[in-house]
Design a protein around this ligand. Sequence first.
Ligand code: ZN
Length: 161
Amino acid sequence: MKASRKLKHRKNAKRKKSVWRLAIFLNTVFIKPDLQGKSWRACLDVLLRQYSALPDVVKAEARRQGRSQIRDAGLAELGSAIVAPSRQKGCQPAPAPGPSARPKCGACRSQWGPKALFSTQQAAEEFLVRNKGTGRMRAYCCPMSFGFHVGRRPATGPDGI
Ligand SMILES: [Zn+2]
């Protein structure tokens, strides 16, 4: 029976990796991965459903950003950082993707530090929608870096020089 146990283990390891990957993808577009499933297989099913419900452009952006984050930080490190806390604590407020998870602008700052830099206006707007952006917030093209910010228009900001 050793062989079949080994096979089962390998299947689970594979599922875990898929869960990690999908959780990272969803996280990059500010969607809270639903990780309440009791098993890796159950989690994977739910994440696949979440992911496939996204518009194609968002999926493409999630894959692009997710892959580059995985390249930089490693699948296991990133994946377990997202998945482990949700699975341990169960229901909890959406884990806001840490400030470090997002690329930062080298030129613009908000009161919290360097502003997050989105590679596309679409990504910035998705973020706004996710966070139920207030009327005064908008996605705008960064005047200094190659990318987009979310916030009040730079000209009206205190540091919008
Ligand atoms: Zn900027």
